[in-house]
Design a protein around this ligand. Structure first.
Ligand code: ADP
Ligand code: MG
Length: 478
């Protein structure tokens, strides 16, 4: 049972999973499914694949039927209808005994998110069964340094990752410990390091990298215990040049696995091998990890990925749109970058959906379609709007001081934004005209009324202005 994924010197971005001597049919099926997926991807293209097919999980083969799972009924029906024949055809070419594909709903075990593209799909359930092909997660082709957008929140982590990729096991950088919240790019950076090591090894000695989640590490360890092959497990792990463990927080409370990991860790570091770890918290904040392990984890370089900023989100969207070769108006990018602030994964998901929708219905991407297609995502941020918020946003937009909302100044560059704010206050809140007036330096309700009709007039005359107001409204609304 081999675990390490070799990046060979041929420079090919492929991963070789060593065939284990006891390779069973399960393993072969999983490999076949990986090929089916690869062909689907090639057939339908990345956008479509990621929108619909990425979520398909392989559950097994029963008789002449391959069973695949989808997370919702809608997806199940859609994928069945649109891609059922294609999937069945590819399956049959891989494995003549498969004649039909059965689509079911359900989540793959222990993995809420859809597996990444290049990752061999995981078989579900049956923990007690004889070891399946416990494929190490393969590397995602998209996760390279080139596709990683660097900004203030992640520049340090990025620089450290680069350093390790250039000179693994250098003093001061071993282990490299990357931490930060969900979707901020930890896994992306780890894969990027692995790809870079591959590129650097070209012509030289192949570098063997074992990358796996902590969960997978535990799963493999437990299986090794069960099948009394812990020695092989240990030897295999200790033979790699670089060991990467993703989402280490998973080992909290798993004492035996932690212990095993601690020994592996020490053995590798002592042998001058590089270790890269990611977790959602810093070593010192990972309570529940054994002290000695925690201490060792903090001994090398600890780098955090901070929450994203508007600028980084915008750059990421811009880069992704460019790569996807779609034209997304900057207003839409700005809108998304302002609204979807949680993490980069959600951001990317929103953009993908927008692009897929535009492709599917052959429509251009506009603020309108963004609003429509992402309705549910945006709604999650829904809340009541206050006049203060409106004023603040409008002032930011027009780069004027907040005090001008109440001032008596009548210069056009001040008065116009003030009118826009009044207009939006009328549209977006349930406040009365006199009420709104009071928030704007105790102005009379007729002034507010005048502002509302003036802005309406301008919207009718000036498309750019109308779009501006619309953008402000959308930003406030969601
Ligand atoms: P984490 O492992 O920290 O939860 P991931 O590395 O899986 O997050 O990132 C989530 C998604 O966001 C991935 O698709 C990744 O490519 C993308 N992403 C995150 N940070 C960046 C970045 N700086 N530039 C480009 N894409 C990014
Ligand atoms: Mg991750």
């Amino acid at each position: 049972m081999a675990i390490n994924l070799e990046i060979n010197s041929s420079g090919k971005r492929g991963v070789t999973l060593h065939a284990s001597p006891a390779q069973n049919t399960e393993a072969r099926l999983v490999e076949q499914w990986a090929r089916v997926r690869a062909r689907l991807l090639a057939e339908v293209g990345e956008v479509e694949y990621r929108t619909w097919l990425k979520q398909v999980n392989f559950a097994g083969v029963a008789g002449d039927e391959a069973v695949v799972m989808l997370p919702t009924r809608f997806l199940r029906d859609w994928v069945n209808k649109e891609y059922g024949e294609l999937i069945a055809a590819f399956w049959q070419q891989e494995n003549a005994s498969v004649r039909r594909v059965e689509f079911r709903t359900g989540a793959p075990a222990a993995r809420p998110a859809a597996p990444d593209l290049a990752e061999p799909p995981q078989a579900t359930g049956q923990l007690g069964a004889p070891p399946r092909q416990e494929a190490v997660a393969a590397l995602d082709q998209r996760f390279t340094f080139e596709t990683f957008v660097v900004g203030k929140p992640n520049e340090f982590a990025y620089a450290c990752a680069r350093r390790v990729a250039e000179a693994p096991a250098m003093a001061g950088f071993n282990p490299l410990f990357l931490y930060g919240g969900v979707g901020l790019g930890k896994t992306h950076l780890m894969h990027a390091i692995a790809w870079e090591l591959c590129a650097n090894a070209r012509g030289g000695r192949p570098v063997s990298v074992a990358y796996m989640s902590a969960e997978k590490f535990m799963y493999r360890f437990i299986n090794a215990l069960r099948s009394q092959s812990t020695l092989e497990f240990k030897n295999e792990l200790r033979s790699v040049d670089v060991l990467m463990i993703d989402d280490l927080q998973f080992l909290i409370g798993k004492d035996n696995t932690q212990e095993e990991f601690f020994h592996t860790f020490n053995a590798l570091v002592d042998a001058g091998k590089q270790i890269v770890i990611s977790a959602d918290k810093s070593p010192s904040d990972l309570s529940g990890l054994e002290d000695r392990l925690r201490t060792r984890l903090g001994c090398g370089m600890v780098a955090d990925l901070h929450a994203t900023t508007f600028e980084l989100r915008y750059s990421i969207l811009e880069a992704k749109a460019l790569r996807a070769g779609v034209d997304v108006p900057s207003k839409v990018l700005e809108f998304l970058a302002r609204k979807i602030t949680s993490n980069n994964r959600e951001l990317e998901g929103a953009l993908n959906r927008l692009v897929a929708h535009a492709n599917l219905f052959n429509r251009q991407i506009t603020l309108d379609t963004a609003h429509e297609v992402l309705h549910d995502v945006l709604k999650a941020h829904d809340r009541k709007i206050s006049i203060q918020e409106i004023q603040k946003r409008v002032c930011e937009h027009y780069s004027i001081r907040i005090a001008e909302m109440s001032s008596a100044r009548r210069a056009r560059n001040i008065a116009r934004p003030r009118q826009v704010a009044m207009f939006l206050a009328k549209q977006l809140t349930s406040k009365s005209l006199p009420d709104i007036g009071r928030h704007f330096g105790d102005r009379d309700h007729t002034t507010v009324m005048h502002a509302v009709s003036r802005i309406n007039e301008l919207i009718g005359q000036d498309a750019a202005f109308a779009e501006d107001v619309e953008l402000l409204k959308r930003l406030l609304e969601n």
